[in-house]
Structures are given as C-alpha cells and as structure tokens.
Design a protein around this ligand. Structure first.
Ligand SMILES: C[S@@+](CC[C@H](N)C(=O)[O-])C[C@H]1O[C@@H](n2cnc3c(N)ncnc32)[C@H](O)[C@@H]1O
Length: 369
C-alpha cells in the first residue's frame, strides 16, 4: 500500500527530494480559497442530490467550475463587481454569472440545492441571506466560508457597503491580528476592499453570531451546523429533518472534530499575522530609512551651499586684501613722490645745507672735513 496516497509524486523521492518544497512554494502564502475544501464538497455531493448551486461571492471564479465537476448542472455565480478574469473563468455551460448583490438578487435566481456563501462577511448581510434561504430553500445544504477568525465575532464590510449605519458597527481600515485584541494597520487589512469592525464580540457582530442567531430564529424546524476548523472555517448546515442531513453531518465529523486541523489553523493564522506584522514593520523601517536619507541629502545640500558661500566670502576677502595692499602701495609711492617734490622739503634741504655749511667749513679747517 502506498502510504502517500494523496499525491505520491508531490512527496518527493530520493532522486527528486525537492518535490514537496516545490509544491509548497506554488501555493499562495495565504490560503483562502474555497477550492481547498474540495474533499468536503465531494462529501456534500455524495450525500445529497445537488443539481443547482448558488455561489455567493465568487471573486475570480476559479472555484465555480469545481461545483460543475462535482455534478451540478447549474451554478449561479453572484458577484457585484465581476472582473474580466471572473468572466473568462465562467466559461462552462453550467456557469451563470449573476451580476448583483446578495441577498437582493436571491429572489431573481432559481432556488438552489446548495448555497455557498462567501460574500459580505458581516452579521447583517449573512443574517438576511440566511433568513431568505432557510425560508425559501428548506431542503438546501448551506455552506459558509469564514465562520472562524477573523470574521466569526467581528464584522467585515465590503466597500462600497450598501448597509445602513444601524446595520453596521464602527469600522475602519485597520485589521485584526491574533497577537492582541485591537485592530491595527499591521493586521489583516482589507486594503480598500473591505473594512473591519473596530470592536469584536457583543451582539449582532460577526458571521458565526449571525449563523447562531439565524438558527435560533428558525428553531421551530431546527437546522444543524457543523464547522470544519481550517482555512478560516467552513460551516456546513442542513435542516435536521431534510433528506440525508444526518448522514451528511456524520460524513463530515472527521473534519469538524479534528483537533489536528484546529491546531494547524490556529498556528497558520498566528504565523500569517506575524508575517503581516513583520512586513508592516519592514515597510515602516524602509520608510524611516528613506526619510533619513532624504534628510541627510537635504542637509548635505545645505552644507554644500554654505561651503560655496564661505568660499565666495574667502575669495571676496582675498580680493579686498589684495586691492587694499595695492592701494597702500600706490599711496606710499604717491607720498614718496610728493615728498620728493615738496617746496618745504626743498627749503628744508637748502636750509640744512646753508646752516650746516659753517660747521663743514670749520671741520675742513680742522682737517676733519
Ligand atoms: C472572499 S471573496 C470570495 C472568494 C471565492 N469564494 C473563493 O473561494 O475563491 C468575497 C467576494 O464576495 C464579493 N461580495 C461582497 N459582498 C457581496 C454580496 N453582498 N453579494 C455577493 N458577493 C459579494 C466580493 O466582491 C468578493 O469578490
């Protein structure tokens, strides 16, 4: 028996020891797609007659084809903002794009055997979607994504949100992290796509709270919920008295009761939010380093300017000194010339000659001249 029956080639061999690492790095760093739950959906299709699927919140449309592959004859894909990628991915005859917002569009499309809800992850929207489905499709199976952290007890609001102020909690761009209880820009943020409620918990807050309250509202004909604790939590719900409900929930028990899955999910969100925090800090450090580099270069430019000013002042000073010396020299020459030509000087010289003449004469008589 092959012990690696999932993917014998993916595990690697002695000749190809890097196969598993290759497979790991081919995955996105944050796993979030419903396609990862294929084996759980396979159980749903195995236990129930599923012909019509209503998929709420389709994003890229890469999962929609999976429902057709598992046996659905029609998949109605509800997405308010379909991208070109989504339109291209919905190329099968079974796949029908419904451009609109749930729950408003639910009246306009055929009732489903399976509802896959992965749209706007908040109490108000999910509550209304559930009230519609539990009333109009009592024999459907309902699958929800994001019943665990971060949306279980904290609303998210896709933007632009059509919800009223009374239906929402104060929310912002910051996101949750598992490392403390407040939202933070270093957390699980929506980057403009969605906002998160600032406070978690309390009434009318979060997806799991919405499901619990909907179950209470429809308690007269009870529905049963089970949660697979992986990839943000997958809820599966069926009316207890609907055909095959007990068998379906029993078939999912290995997933929903797995403490291994639960531990791995908790570890995954802890690691991922630590990565988010480190990325945020790295960007903040890079920004700080950029700001520092800009300040240093501005100060260097200022220093260069001051150095130029100093050089110019030195040059002006040298020129001034040079000019002053030349002027001094010219004045001295002028004075010397004036002295040469001065009548007083001439008179003084004549007088000195006249007055000194007798002494010279006498000296010459004495034989000393
Ligand atoms: C988490 S993504 C869906 C991911 C997809 N199910 C998958 O597994 O790959 C959520 C999507 O729901 C859409 N959405 C938001 N509010 C919605 C609403 N009220 N009705 C339907 N879709 C909605 C968003 O535009 C977004 O594409």
């Amino acid at each position: 028996m092959n012990p690696y029956f999932n993917d014998p080639h993916g595990i690697g061999t002695r000749e190809d020891p890097h196969a598993q690492a290759r497979k790991a790095r081919d995955q996105p760093l944050l796993l979030h797609s419903l396609s990862l739950f294929r084996e759980v959906f396979a159980e749903v299709f195995a236990q129930r007659e599923i012909s019509t699927v209503v998929e709420i919140g389709v994003e890229s449309g890469r999962v929609s084809g999976m429902y057709a592959e598992l046996g659905a004859s029609a998949v109605h894909c509800v997405e308010p903002q379909p991208t070109d990628e989504l339109r291209a991915n919905l190329d099968g005859a079974e796949l029908h794009l419904v451009e609109g917002t749930s729950p408003a569009v639910l009246d306009e499309i055929p009732v489903g055997d399976l509802y896959v809800i992965d749209g706007d992850h908040n109490y108000a929207t999910l509550g209304k979607e559930l009230d519609w489905i539990l009333t109009h499709a009592p024999d459907a199976v309902v699958v929800f994504h994001d019943l665990l952290w971060p949306c279980s007890r904290r609303d998210q609001y896709y933007q632009p949100s059509g919800l009223t102020a009374e239906e929402t909690h104060p929310a912002g761009e910051d996101g949750p992290t598992v490392w403390h209880d407040d939202t933070t820009p270093a957390g699980f943020v929506g980057r403009g796509a969605f906002t998160a409620a600032r406070e978690a918990g309390g009434e009318r807050n979060g997806t799991l709270t919405a499901v619990e309250d909907a179950l209470d509202r429809h308690a007269d004909d009870p529905w049963e919920l089970t949660v697979v604790p992986a990839v943000f939590g997958l809820g599966v719900m069926a009316r207890r008295s609907s055909p095959g409900a007990a068998a379906l929930l029993e078939a999912l028990r290995p997933y929903s009761t797995s403490t291994l899955l639960e531990a791995m999910e908790n570890n995954r969100i802890a690691l991922y939010t630590r990565v988010l925090q480190m990325q945020y800090e790295a960007v903040a450090h890079a920004d700080a380093a950029d700001r520092l580099a800009m300040a240093v270069s501005a100060q260097n430019a200022e220093l260069d300017g001051l150095r130029n000013e100093l050089d110019e002042a030195h040059a002006r000073y040298d020129e001034q000194v040079h000019r002053s010396l030349e002027e001094k020299r010219a004045l001295e020459l002028e004075i010397a010339e004036l002295r040469e030509r001065s009548p007083a000087r001439v008179l003084k010289d004549v007088l000195r000659t006249v007055l000194l003449w007798p002494r010279r004469k006498w000296n010459s008589y004495e034989g000393r001249g």
